[in-house]
Design a protein around this ligand. Structure first.
Ligand code: F6P
Length: 530
């Protein structure tokens, strides 16, 4: 960490405070303060967040805020919103909040024309969505389009997939959405059984338009269309990219190319034209509501002081667990089937952003950075991972999420909520049974996030809250949350191995384990041919 006397002093205070606090059980905090539940809760934009079941006191939050002040994280947040190149390694801005901003003042990229460019692109998404929903866009046999297949990976897949599934009840007309990401051909095989190519629009979503999985899948789909008798493949594709030239080369109508910009990181891109799959599924009006929910959270994050700032408070608690409690993982458990893809979306958001070992100043880091993010929907989680969470030796801080209301069967809903509340309570409290196998130590921390109903606006606020929490966590850990060099080495090696798998001999200087694995494959390929 960078040297600052002030920072070192507060670090020492935090360490001392940690030692004192680690002697307390979470239940002690509740016994000492009967109003702790309310005192450690906040509400904003239809979100109600209870962080009382965490290993913190008011003093912890004060000390952590003082620590954040020594790093001047508020200035970094201002820098993000004003379009400074805070992604220093790639020399780019991280201006995803601009995509949902209502402020006329937003600038900082695109030669001051950023507002205009974003509005133009939104208008394009709106028009295209209307044309599809009004059945004015048809396939090669002139049948209207009723099926959307997003072809992308990472940020060009996980965000839209999670949102489309979360808001499925808002789906317009009788349409269907699918997501293809994996290079494993099985995914396409299964898709082919479910869709009619004549009425399907494929949305190729790739900022770079060089991602091998996406481009290979897109070409395979194009060949399948042609094999199926399609004589006008262009009308079955829309492309979302920052690489217009490559998109044109693939073959698509000019008006079906949608733009994203270099200042939008992949994992923060669902608010851009990468959200085309969202707009097609739930309608542009609902997509806009999502943007406005996110904008509300942006304003809160930008303007509220540290002690009242929700994403910052959650990031301070994360930092407390990572750097002082030595907690290596963090679980996301939504008691909401609609949010079943939230854990994998958040895994990318947190881990690609904060899984770093070099700090902002280019120095190797000797402390822990972003935790491993994982999870499962409740109540399924209780019957699979629950054992370890309750009685295992790892302490895993958890985010529980649940809707206060849901259309449908009230009995189911109340049981769902009861289970959610029971989990956080028993994890916190434990049970001192005489039988050691039935003993629960408790003292396991969690945060509970409730919302009135999962609608587009609330989801927008919730996702923006997580985005800002990730950024604030990165600032506290003194890392750049916006690059992802960690994925490059494996990609490069996969290409070299792939070339060698196609050749007769293995002409690559490689370790004996990988060489052996390649040889086993080659042998099995040869055997299957015979
Ligand atoms: O997984 C690495 C990554 O670069 C992500 O950051 C990104 O979301 C994904 O690949 C897809 O990239 P692209 O949109 O350029 O195809």
């Amino acid at each position: 960490m960078s040297s600052s006397i002030n920072k070192k002093t507060i670090e020492k205070k935090l360490k001392k405070h940690y030692e004192k606090l680690s002697k307390s059980h979470l239940s002690d905090f509740f016994n000492d303060d009967k109003n702790r539940g309310k005192g450690f809760s906040v509400e904003l934009s239809n979100l109600f967040i209870d962080f009382s079941k965490n290993h913190i006191t008011k003093e912890t939050l004060t000390l952590l805020s003082e620590y954040a002040e020594t790093l001047d994280i508020k200035s970094s947040i201002d820098a993000m919103f004003s379009g400074k190149k805070i992604n220093t390694t790639e020399e780019r801005a991280a201006l995803h909040p601009a995509l949902r901003s209502k402020s006329e003042k937003i600038k900082g990229a695109e030669d001051g024309k950023i507002r205009e460019k974003i509005e133009n692109e939104l208008q394009k998404i709106k028009n295209f969505t209307s044309l599809v929903h009004d059945k004015k866009i048809t396939g090669w046999t002139n049948k209207p389009i009723d099926t959307f297949v997003n072809i992308g990976i990472g940020g060009s897949d996980l965000g839209p997939k999670m949102v489309v599934n979360a808001l499925n009840q808002y789906r317009k007309n009788k349409t269907h959405s699918f997501f293809i990401s994996n290079i494993d051909f099985e995914q396409i095989e299964l898709l082919k059984r479910k869709i009619n190519p004549e009425t399907t629009l494929f949305i190729i979503s790739s900022k770079s338009f060089t991602t091998i999985e996406t481009i290979t899948n897109a070409n395979t789909i194009k060949s399948w269309l042609i094999e199926s008798g399609c004589d006008d493949a262009d009308r079955h594709f829309a492309i979302v990219t920052a690489n217009r030239e490559a998109a044109k080369e693939f073959g698509v109508k000019n008006e079906n190319i949608f733009q994203i910009w270099d200042w939008v990181g992949g994992r923060f891109s669902l608010w851009s034209a990468v959200g085309l799959s969202i707009s097609l599924a739930i309608g542009f009006d609902n997509f806009k509501k999502m943007l406005s929910g996110a904008y509300e959270m942006d304003e809160h994050f930008l303007k509220q002081p540290l002690e009242k700032n929700i994403p910052i408070t959650l990031a301070l608690i994360d930092f407390w667990y990572i750097c002082f409690h030595n907690r290596k993982t963090h679980a996301i458990i939504p008691y909401d089937e609609s949010l079943r893809y939230l854990p994998s979306y958040l895994s990318q958001l947190f881990m690609e952003s904060n899984g770093k070992s070099t700090d902002l100043y280019g120095e190797k880091i000797n402390y822990d950075t972003g935790a491993i993010i994982w999870g499962e929907v409740g109540t399924n989680s209780q019957h699979s991972i629950g054992q370890l969470l309750h009685q295992g030796k790892h302490v895993v801080p958890i985010d529980f999420l649940a809707p206060l209301s849901k259309k449908g069967n009230q009995k189911h809903h109340e049981l769902l909520l009861a289970n959610c509340f029971a989990q956080s309570r028993t994890l916190m409290l434990g049970d001192n049974n005489e039988n050691s196998h039935l003993q629960f130590d408790g003292n396991k921390p969690s945060t509970t996030i409730l919302y009135n109903e999962l609608n587009p606006k609330t989801l927008g606020s919730l996702l923006a809250m997580y985005e800002h929490r990730v950024f604030a966590q990165g600032l506290l850990l003194e890392i750049n949350s916006f690059d992802q060099y960690g994925i490059e080495l494996g990609k490069k090696m996969a290409l070299e191995i792939s070339e060698n798998l196609q050749q007769k001999e293995i002409n690559i200087n490689i370790d004996s384990s990988t060489k052996n694995l390649m040889a086993i494959y080659k042998k099995s390929k040869k055997n299957s041919k015979n």
